[in-house]
Design a protein around this ligand. Structure first.
Ligand code: MN
Length: 504
């Protein structure tokens, strides 16, 4: 299940034409190879970057686009026009391309050789206008892509390509992904509902329901040896509350939680699922609501959504892919309760149980407490705090005629005081630009109470991902002003309503 981005590749594709003769084309190929090699080695770019032969004919362009579509590990193209590549040559290929594009607007030489520059140099190094022709045709085709401008060795340029490649990996990961739902939606809840057919058409993943009894069967089938293994992992990785330790009064609950984890994991593995939802409304046959099981499966890279929330489940999985190998955790999250002290209003984020321990600031503790809802036995859960620093909350909601992605940049802060009685993992944050404006913007935009929360994923990655998915994106950050946001939402309503009439 480990998410390994190094098995993905982006193809470095350079456009040119035959006009220039073999010598120039040879130099173009050499330069492209050098750039591709440097990007391949760049630590900011987590995927492979593969050089492809310079494209000088419409047939070659079409062939590379078709090959990219069919290459199982190719997650996108980086395109560049060192020289001039007449863009009508690209129409057929780009019309067929189904992988994301990053248009790298760069130049092989960083500096102008002021003293020696002549027309030969000008003819070789003409991305400044060659890429304009390239950009035009992609705009003319209404093609979503990322434009990255700057010198190819510059850290900022490589970082932008890195963010894009993480988004492209997550997008690739969604295609054909399967998510399992145990039980349906929490009764009467609106935002977690949705059209799974339209989601599959637009996003490429499928969501299917399973009777909780199918899961119970797997849970019952867990062997003592498997349960021992899970309990040993808890003892090695966390601090157990006294009553959960060997001979503790609640040791049986710990073993029951481990049994649920073993059963859930085996169900997901057997079905090739990348995430799951459950709901406390429907736990028939399960002794506890899965707590530590959901937490540890998220830490292993699975998406998760509580109360049947499959959209957030898929989103958490996408964030997990984008975040692979980066510092900082990623989790299912919920804006739970507020501290409205005007000195520094903050959000306390948490859930009933299911917060991913990738967020943990220190060694989590394993605890068992009553749940209060669901009518089941006391569930075992991991409890911890989240380290300070920047993070994002992302939400995907269905607006009836389209999906909307929201992202709110937040700053995680230490809790003002310890929370000794709070029996769940939590994070305390200040939404940008502040709680009143951030929360008002979120409410105007219809953002959900559930989110994907990450201290590794950036707004830039979400922005790139939204472009790949054809999603409306609403960003709430330090610059957000409510009056402007309300206008943006109103304009978006018109734009998305008219989009079909504009052609693709
Ligand atoms: Mn919830």
């Amino acid at each position: 299940m480990k998410i390994d981005l190094t098995r993905f590749e982006v193809w470095f594709v350079t456009g040119s034409q035959q006009l220039y003769g073999d010598e120039i084309l040879k130099a173009v190929a050499q330069h492209s190879q050098t750039i591709a090699g440097t990007l391949d080695a760049a630590t900011a770019i987590p995927v492979r970057v593969l050089f492809k032969p310079v494209l000088v004919t419409p047939d070659a362009i079409t062939a590379v686009c078709q090959a990219a579509n069919n290459a199982p590990n190719c997650i996108g193209l980086i395109t560049w026009c060192h020289t001039f590549s007449p863009a009508k040559m690209w129409i057929n290929g780009l019309k067929q391309l189904r992988k994301p594009i990053a248009h790298l607007h760069t130049q092989f030489n960083r500096d102008l050789p002021w003293a020696t520059i002549d027309m030969d140099f000008m003819n070789l190094n003409q991305a400044a206008h060659g890429d304009r022709e390239h950009g035009f045709i992609m705009s003319r085709l209404r093609l979503n892509r990322k434009v990255v401008v700057g010198y190819w060795q510059a850290p900022a340029v490589q970082a932008q390509l890195g963010a894009w490649s993480r988004a492209a990996a997550a997008w690739h990961d969604w295609q054909g992904a399967k998510f399992a739902r145990f039980g349906d939606n929490m009764r009467e809840v609106a935002v977690t509902e949705g059209d799974k057919v339209s989601a599959q058409i637009q996003f490429g993943y499928s969501v299917n329901g399973f009777g909780v009894g199918d899961l119970v069967q797997r849970v019952k089938a867990a062997s003592d040896r498997e349960i021992d293994g899970a309990v040993a992992a808890y003892e090695a990785e966390y601090t157990l509350a006294p009553e959960l330790r060997k001979k503790g009064a609640m040791r049986k609950s710990l073993r029951e939680a481990a049994r649920i984890e073993v059963g859930l994991r085996s169900f997901l593995q057997a079905g090739g699922f990348k995430g799951f939802t459950d709901t406390f409304d429907d736990l028939h046959g399960l002794v506890q609501l899965p707590g530590i099981a959901s937490q540890r499966l998220m830490a292993a890279g699975y998406g998760f959504g509580a109360e049947g929330d499959w959209k957030t489940c898929a989103l958490v999985r996408a964030l997990k892919v984008m975040a692979a190998g980066l510092n900082g955790g990623t989790s299912f999250m919920e804006d739970y309760t507020y501290h409205l002290n005007p000195k520094r209003p903050v959000v306390l984020g948490s859930h009933m149980l299911e917060i991913c321990p990738s967020l943990a600031k220190a060694k989590p503790s394993v605890e068992v407490h009553p749940l209060g809802i669901g009518g089941k036995a006391e569930p075992v859960r991991l409890v911890f705090d989240t380290p300070s620093g920047p993070a994002i909350n992302a939400s995907l909601v269905h607006m009836g005629n389209r999906y909307r992605m929201l992202v709110n940049e937040v700053e995680v802060v230490p809790p003002e005081q310890p929370l000794p009685k709070l029996p769940v993992a939590r994070a305390v944050w200040i939404p940008k630009p502040n709680l009143p404006i951030g929360a008002a913007a979120w409410l105007y935009a219809g953002g959900a109470h559930h989110t994907g929360f990450s201290q590794a994923v950036t707004t830039e990655m979400i922005e790139d991902f939204a472009a790949m998915a054809g999603l409306e994106l609403v960003v709430i950050d330090a610059d957000t002003k409510i009056r402007q946001l309300k206008q943006e939402l109103s304009w978006n309503e018109a734009a998305y309503g008219l989009r079909q009439g504009f052609g693709a």
